[in-house]
Design a protein around this ligand. Structure first.
Ligand code: WTA
Length: 686
């Protein structure tokens, strides 16, 4: 209930503040700096928001923000009409009903996302570069112009249609980051099919679960992928998944490498079949509120949820936030290194950059291959102007020393973005001083799979410091933030903390959880009535700047990847020797958060503990994927519980974090001696 969730937040039991960015360390820092390259609070009428040129009261970014909150319908309607290309104009800007979790933007309008991302740029920018494919093999990048991308999308669109895919059908995409993956997503958009991209690091079982939940008849995959020089047998994984997914009628296989793979009766060699198809694919027009795509993400309970996004609202929101959060100018090369299996890849590799006619990078490799200089060597070779990455990779790279950065020319870089987890001070300073040579703005962006695009980031403002380390700072236009306490009462003023909520609908917000609107309503709109509940805690500093303190629920953030503790517990609980489990997060130097599993075994089991440890790890790898493997598995005869039987996760988290003196009063537990056992065992494992 409300007070449970919010109470946790208030007492900091659950808001797992990254230890080096907690509020007190931040308050000691008074320094900040102004935006580089003359970005001021005054709106430049030619480049920033020309749509509001005729409104005399909008002169600054703060004026614009205020206007966006006071008159969101006018604000978003003007942007929608000027930034997107419509086949039919819309009639209403926004319809919303928080009590039902129902939202609609630009209804009556008709458009197509692939037209907005490709066709409308062809005349002027057809020969410009749309995609830079930074292949795993260092130094072997390839350029794809808008014309070339258009042909690929046309051919894949026709191939999908001719194979029987219709508007509204779900297409599961399990592909490495490649032009084929982008073209397949856009081909789905073109024919009105709903893409559901599954990160190629998830296991066959995880893929099968997502295929089945979406009832996808079509899977698009590759024979193999190559990451950090290692071959991964992707098609084999798909074969295993499809054997558990009776709904699948066809599997398109793209040949990323030369290797032959067994082809069954459902399989279509995509590379060959595309040769036969025409590059001109008819557009299937979509209504504004038709689903553009779905993407699975973890919640605090249950199986991953299929978050669905709309066509018009999502496209507009990624288009606008991409341009203004990063101050992107057409012609610049934008390098978001996230995989397309995550929302960051959807919004800021594909839809934001391409709907703006931009040039976007597809990074197929890893930051450490062939050495920790890969990002910066790539920046020099490709002359990237923006880079957008996860704090976890910065924490990893800064340990390898500055030489790997300094030996490459980074003078092309202008903005340095990050997303996914708090950017701690050490990483912030390294990014700013070493990578950016104190020349580039650090753009820390806060958002979620559910928000569709960036909601908080350091945009220009006349109030106070322009950019302050350690926080994403200011709400983007149209985003009305509020904090709430454990009673569901709004927390006002400055230097306060609470549950981060968004009070007004915005075009990019998720519309539902696929086939489970009830869960959507409960998760996001009922904890605090009449607002969108993010699940994160936040601290509002002086001048209204927001700092994120961490999740307040049982969602983990491991290397910027969202994982539900319940998902990992479920896998371990299935083991015949396991009685029960509890998974918690703990602060981890590089990953941000590590996974710590407490496991209670059944009496009379036969398997040895070290074998069990391995079996549990294998099961997690098989059911979810390597990214969910625990750092520590601790076997214990029991778990600390209240007298009413509730597992005290707070205590488990404190032990995992070595905070033995912060356990609080344990005398009220049903078996206080369990805590001593766990502490001793934990110390042994260290
Ligand atoms: C966390 C990723 C601190 C947060 C786009 C959120 C952040 C979750 C930041 C969403 C940030 C994201 N500072 N924490 N700048 N950005 N988060 O759905 O806990 O994969 O709720 O979307 O990541 O993760 P998701």
């Amino acid at each position: 209930g409300l007070s449970r969730v919010l109470g946790n937040c208030l007492h900091h039991e659950n808001a797992r503040i990254h230890r080096s960015i907690n509020a007190s360390s931040l308050l000691n820092r008074t320094w900040s700096y102004r935006f580089h390259k003359g970005r001021s609070n005054n709106i430049s009428t030619s480049t920033d928001y020309p749509e509001f040129r005729d409104l005399p009261h909008i002169k600054t970014h703060n004026d614009l923000y205020k206007f966006s909150i006071e008159d969101p319908e006018l604000f978003w309607s003007r942007l929608a009409r000027s930034r997107l290309t419509w086949s039919k104009d819309f009639s209403t800007a926004c319809k919303s009903d928080f009590s039902k979790g129902k939202f609609g933007w630009f209804e009556g309008g008709v458009l197509n996302a692939s037209v907005n991302c490709i066709d409308r740029h062809l005349e002027k920018r057809g020969d410009e570069i749309a995609l830079i494919w930074e292949r795993d093999e260092p130094g072997t990048h390839r350029f794809y112009t808008y014309k070339k991308l258009s042909e690929m999308v046309g051919k894949i669109g026709n191939l999908l249609t001719n194979s029987g895919v219709k508007a509204g059908d779900r297409v599961a995409i399990y592909l490495p980051k490649s032009p084929t993956a982008i073209a397949t997503m856009l081909a789905c958009a073109r024919i009105g099919a709903i893409h559901s991209v599954v990160f190629a690091g998830f296991s066959a079982d995880a893929l099968a679960g997502r295929i089945n939940d979406a009832q996808a008849e079509t899977v698009v995959t590759a024979n193999q992928t190559i990451r950090g020089g290692k071959l991964i047998e992707l098609k084999k994984m798909v074969d295993a998944a499809v054997s558990k997914s009776p709904c699948v009628k066809r599997v398109l296989v793209y040949y990323r490498t030369e290797a032959k793979v067994p082809m069954g009766k459902l399989d279509i060699d995509m590379t060959k079949a595309m040769v036969q198809e025409s590059p001109n694919c008819p557009v299937v027009e979509r209504n504004s509120e038709d689903t553009l795509f779905m993407l699975y993400t973890s919640g605090s309970t249950g199986s991953p949820k299929g978050i669905t996004h709309s066509t018009a609202g999502y496209l507009l929101y990624t288009n606008v936030t991409f341009k203004h959060a990063f101050d992107y100018n057409v012609g610049e090369k934008f390098g978001c290194v996230a995989d397309i299996g995550w929302i960051t890849g959807h919004s800021y590799v594909l839809y934001g950059p391409l709907s703006n006619g931009g040039t976007t990078l597809l990074f197929e490799s890893t930051p450490l291959y062939p050495d920790p200089g890969r990002y910066w060597e790539m920046v020099e070779r490709l002359k990237l102007n923006h880079i957008y990455l996860a704090p976890t990779s910065l924490r990893m790279l800064l340990k390898s020393g500055d030489e790997y950065v300094k030996k490459y020319d980074r003078s092309s870089l202008r903005k340095l973005g990050c997303v996914g987890e708090p950017l701690n001070h050490e990483a912030w300073e390294w990014y700013y001083n070493v990578v950016g040579e104190r020349r580039c703005d650090i753009i820390d962006t806060w958002w979620q799979t559910e928000t569709g695009g960036i909601c908080i980031s350091p945009r220009p403002s006349e109030i106070g410091a322009d950019i302050q380390p350690g926080m994403p700072m200011r709400p983007m236009p149209g985003i009305d933030l509020a904090l709430f306490d454990s009673q569901g009462k709004e927390v006002k003023g400055e230097d306060v903390e609470g549950a981060l909520c968004i009070r007004r609908p915005w075009p990019g917000m998720a519309r539902t959880i696929y086939r489970d609107h009830d869960r959507f309503l409960k998760t996001y709109f009922q904890t605090v009535p009449d607002v969108y509940y993010t699940g994160d805690g936040a601290h509002r500093h002086k001048e209204g700047h927001y700092q994120i303190t961490g999740r307040m629920d049982d969602v983990l953030n491991v290397s910027g990847h969202r994982l539900g503790t319940a998902e990992i517990e479920d896998v371990m609980d299935d083991h015949p020797d396991v009685a029960e489990t509890a998974v918690v997060g703990f602060p981890h130097d590089i990953k941000g958060e590590g996974i710590y599993a407490y496991v209670v075994l059944k009496d009379g089991r036969k398997t040895k503990k070290n074998e069990l440890d391995q079996q549990l790890r294998n099961a997690i790898k098989k059911k979810i994927g390597g990214l969910a493997l625990p750092e520590v598995i601790l076997f214990t005869p029991g778990l600390p519980r209240t007298r009413s039987g509730k597992i005290m996760r707070r205590i488990l988290r404190k032990v995992a974090s070595n905070k033995f003196d912060e356990l609080g009063d344990t005398s009220t537990l049903s078996e206080p001696e369990i805590v001593d056992f766990i502490i001793n065992k934990h110390k042994e494992l260290l």
